[in-house]
Design a protein around this ligand. Structure first.
Ligand SMILES: [Zn+2]
Length: 274
């Protein structure tokens, strides 16, 4: 018997992206997480690099965005790119923000989270081992994404998104669904005591922060950290999905910062209401 996984790979015109089963049939929302396949970039950036800051030709990156937009079925002009600096700023965006960071210069200095309730606005966030958090309240027509690296995880950017939706947007906690996307997994996220101390202070006595005596290192499960943080914010457990894909294990499919020592392209996460 094959194990049921909460995601599916979709290939269109040689471009492959990931979708999440629970939203795949949704007629009001488009989502996807890119892989390395389907772009025009070369070498370490091959082929679907979505980062303008990786030393790639700008025209390659733009072409890659055109291709993934087409595959997903969202207008290229609808893209709104985040500005990720491992902080916890979150912006509500709308039609006027479309093109930010790709057709016009990025207007933000710090914006690790985006959300919107406007149709035809495509949120875009970026990854290469960090944790993508996807938020959706189907009954309230709200989508959001947050970039949780280890700093964003400790600073609980996911919880912050939930608090904004609850307090400012009046969305009930039980209406919010979250997917924790592909990122470096507990199998590969190994850190020294200085980083582990920060996690231990935030998540005391947590089983998902484990000391490895033989290596004098700690292993941390960022998926579980984010899940605990979301549960703490009031999200129902049945509304949280962990994709369970380690980008470092599957570096042939995804860009992994740790696996390549930083010689890598950038993956993109996309959400759009239709
Ligand atoms: Zn791994």
């Amino acid at each position: 018997m094959t194990k049921r996984v909460p995601y599916k790979f979709v290939t269109k015109d040689a471009l492959t992206y990931l979708t999440f089963n629970k939203w795949e049939q949704d007629e009001k929302m488009i989502h996807g997480f890119s892989t390395r396949y389907g772009g025009v970039s070369q070498g370490d950036l091959a082929t679907l690099n979505l980062g303008f800051n990786r030393g790639d030709e700008e025209e390659n990156v733009v072409e890659n965005y055109r291709r993934i937009s087409k595959a997903l079925g969202v207008p290229f002009k609808s893209l709104v790119l985040s500005k990720q600096v491992h902080e916890t700023q979150i912006a509500r965006v709308n039609k006027e923000d479309c093109g930010n960071g790709i057709q016009t210069p990025n207007k933000w200095e710090s914006m690790d989270g985006l959300y919107t309730n406007e149709k035809g606005v495509t949120l875009v966030t970026h990854y290469a081992d960090c944790v993508p958090l996807f938020f959706y309240a189907p009954d309230y027509g709200m989508i959001g994404m947050a970039h949780a690296g280890w700093r964003g995880t400790v600073e609980e950017i996911g919880k912050k998104m939930v608090e904004i939706w609850f307090n400012k947007e009046n969305i009930p906690l039980e209406a919010i669904q979250v997917v924790i996307g592909p990122s470096i997994g507990p199998c590969h996220f190994e850190v020294d005591a200085d980083v582990a101390d920060v996690f231990n202070a935030k998540f005391p006595n947590a089983a998902f922060i484990r000391y490895e005596h033989e290596k004098n290192k700690y292993r941390i499960d960022l998926w579980e950290c984010n899940k605990q943080s979301l549960l703490g914010a009031g999200i129902l457990e049945e509304n949280i999905t962990i994709t369970g894909i380690c980008t470092c294990c599957y570096d042939q499919i995804f860009f992994s910062h740790r696996k390549t020592g930083g010689k890598r392209g950038t993956l993109g996460a996309f959400m759009c209401l239709k």
